[in-house]
Design a protein around this ligand. Structure first.
Ligand code: AN0
Ligand code: CP
Length: 315
């Protein structure tokens, strides 16, 4: 693996999960592997968990870390070839990626979907631009269509908490006042297809994810039916893929409540965070003993650390 672009870069998920759980037990076991190596963390969007857990993972491996925020601080980049650059963008990805490749040994990039043009977002212009012009490995810290560090974390977390060989996992759409990308849901759906789980997606009609991602996964439009006997309830908003980026009329009936959680098999509540309380999920659920969101976020460090370890071993 040169780049960690999507969950499809995971060659053996069971092996990766096992190794990440080993790292969690002894995070400093490879504290010199990254000595004298530098990772550049590039942010085109805000972050709390991804920024700090990836930084922490790099420190655990003995790496140096450089963080750069492009919003407001970096030159705005141009991605199209052959453009006459007489508009807003000051620098082309060609120079930017090559220059940064001289300062760093690995680049990690966060660049969300703009949610204006589906074809543009699903082309992954920013991530693919860096992969094309950087001469060093590139890690996806949430791109337009995927969040594979989050999904790997979620797979680790489900493995840690599961009580049966084949737990029932439900991905449940939630209301949200702003249009959010499909990235987290897409990568979660992809990684669940690599696990031994009974997986169901529930959302209102019109919020189908891309069929090339959901494939044969059952979709249940009745949320309460979907939640029956669930061992894990993963709640997430995403905006419409068909009416691309459209925000739903605020439909609070899809919020996760304590009453709905009673339908589950003492289901564990999961969310990637950040989460809007009492919009996406009721306080009573996220504050309950079945909520594992804090430990889920803790696992971000070990997921990132395993990805970095795999990349460093090949440098
Ligand atoms: C982002 C999203 O839904 O993609 C990041 C989640 C990790 N969420 C928000 O912008 C609130
Ligand atoms: N879950 C996640 O990626 O969180 P941040 O947006 O805070 O990094």
């Amino acid at each position: 693996m040169k780049n960690y672009f999507s969950v499809q870069d995971i060659d053996s998920l069971p092996d990766w999960i096992k190794e990440a759980i080993e790292i969690k037990k002894n995070p400093l076991a490879n504290k010199t592997l990254g000595a004298n190596k530098t990772i550049g963390l590039l942010f085109f969007n805000p972050s709390l968990r991804t920024r700090l857990s990836t930084h922490k993972a790099a420190l655990n491996l003995g790496m140096h870390v450089i963080v750069m925020n492009f919003t407001g601080e970096g030159w705005s980049l141009e991605y199209e070839d052959g453009t006459v650059m007489d508009q807003g963008n000051s620098e082309h990805i060609k120079e930017a990626a090559q220059v940064m490749s001289q300062y760093c040994d690995v680049l990690a990039i966060r660049a969300f979907a703009k949610l204006e043009n589906k074809e543009e977002d699903y082309k992954e212009t920013v991530l693919n631009g860096f992969i094309k012009y950087a001469s060093i490995p590139v890690i996806n810290m949430e791109s337009a269509t995927g969040h594979p560090l989050q999904a790997f974390t979620d797979a680790i977390t489900i493995t840690e908490y599961k009580k049966t060989d084949k737990p029932k996992v439900v991905l449940s759409w939630a209301p949200h006042p702003k249009a959010l990308p499909q990235a987290v849901a897409n990568s979660f759906v992809e990684i669940m297809q690599k696990m031994n789980v009974d997986f169901v997606i529930t959302h209102p009609k019109g919020f189908e994810l891309a069929s090339q991602i959901t494939k044969q996964i059952p979709i249940e439009y009745n949320q309460e039916n979907a939640l029956k006997d669930a061992d894990f309830v993963y709640v997430k908003n995403w905006s419409s893929y068909t009416n691309y980026g459209e925000v739903a009329p605020s439909d609070s009936s899809w919020m996760m409540t304590n009453q709905k959680m009673q339908l589950t098999n003492k289901g564990k509540f999961m969310h990637c965070l950040p989460v809007r309380r009492n919009v996406v999920v009721e306080d009573a659920v996220i504050d309950s003993e079945n909520s594992i969101v804090i430990e889920q976020a803790n696992n971000r460090t070990f997921a990132a650390q395993l990805v970095l370890k795999k990349i460093l071993e090949k440098l």
